[in-house]
Design a binder for this molecule. Sequence first.
Ligand code: BG6
Length: 486
Amino acid sequence: MVSRVIPVEPFDLVIFGGTGDLARRKILPGLFRRFCAGQMPKNSRIIGAARADMDAAAYQAFVGEAISEFGGARTCEDGTLQEFLAQISYQTVDIRGDNGWDMLKADLSGDGRVEAFYFSVGPSLFGDIAERLHRFGMATPDTRIVVEKPFGRDLDTAKALNATLATHFEEGQIYRIDHYLGKETVQNLMAVRFGNVLFEPLWNSQYIDHIQITVAETVGVGGRGEYYDKSGAMRDMVQNHLMQLLCLIAMEPPAKFDPDSVRDEKLKVIRALEPVELHHMVRGQYEADGDEPDYRTAVNDPRSRTESFVAIKAHVSNWRWAGTPIYLRTGKNLVARSSEIAVVFKPLAHSIFSTGEADLPSNVLAIQLQPNEGITMNVTIKEPGPGGMRLVDVPLDMTFAEALGEEGGDPPDAYERLIMDVIRGNQTLFMRGDEVEAAWAWTDPIIEGWQARHDVPKPYEPGSSGPTDSDQLMIRDNRKWREIKV
Ligand code: BG6
């Protein structure tokens, strides 16, 4: 199956922080891949904006290197890179001062096309940029701005950021990125739920025993120790990525697949989350592994109490989900890089076989987000051959790479898709201000509780599935985490 690429209208995209890590690793290579795919029109323009003093040629060389390092395996026709680089320019801009802004404005095409400004910088600079875009006459009612996480570090700071941006831009112009929403299989969650008659009637606490959401990483904090130690897994992953997954799995069907209908339903889920009880969460910190330092050494603070792992039993307190817990788990330095949502159905009400109903394996719908995007459904069948009715549990496997051919196995990177959505003006996969605030309103008391109690995270072995207390969280409920594996 060949994917359809719908070209967007020519656009100008300004990347503040154009020489930064995100631009180098994700934004620029992603744009190049969209260019190769024929989605980004040839007369579109990309303008890097940063403090460094360089000219367009030097920036083009920087972009070329970023693409060769992070561009991925997708092939492009000869000469495409040169064509792409020819569309790129650069402006030295002092974000906190007034230098360079006039030049930036003069560099825009100014022919009525979509103008998007990507704030690929720390949130402390969002206000400065928004204010100057306004003051230097670059903010029009059609302007779009793209902001990255972390969107605040608690409810108060998120509210303040929202208020600052709202001074200069309407909510419909603000694209808050959570790159998990751009992942192919995350969107497939909605397709599977709302595009098939099969699942929705069973999608409630009457049939579903519990749901597990796991985002496991093999990497440690690496060179990001300073940032990470101020965040921890709760702020870095749960408040945004895992909560977005939880929303998509638990939300009511929106009336339409449009930005506000979808986001209204997600917001209702966040607001229905109950406060988490103390014994329903586990924090962990990884230990040393041979030459690899332990968490505290990696972040250069021998007394750090920040968590690199967290597991939570959450409850969505509404008619659909009352009594069906949703377990969340994420951590660094774990056994495998694997993100999965598993919907575990209840046992049969009655077994006609000699095997009692409680002993029959439960149906599990497992949605694998990465790697190997796909969906499997465990079903019970008869073991082949004579010898009576022996039952076995087998997976119905739909790995997208196999089911959809080449494109299924190589979906666009989350950033590629999301940037094109900005240009197309589609906010469905972006977080609305009230969603972000509601997510902080749920996570703040959890984090404050840890701080007030001087909670010390439990140590766990690198390459494991987290601290043993995390297993206990499940065992106490007569349940078991699914194995973390690729
Ligand atoms: C980022 C976090 O948002 O997501 C990182 O800040 C994390 O700590 C990353 O490693 C995981 O993203 P992905 O796409 O590799 O699963």
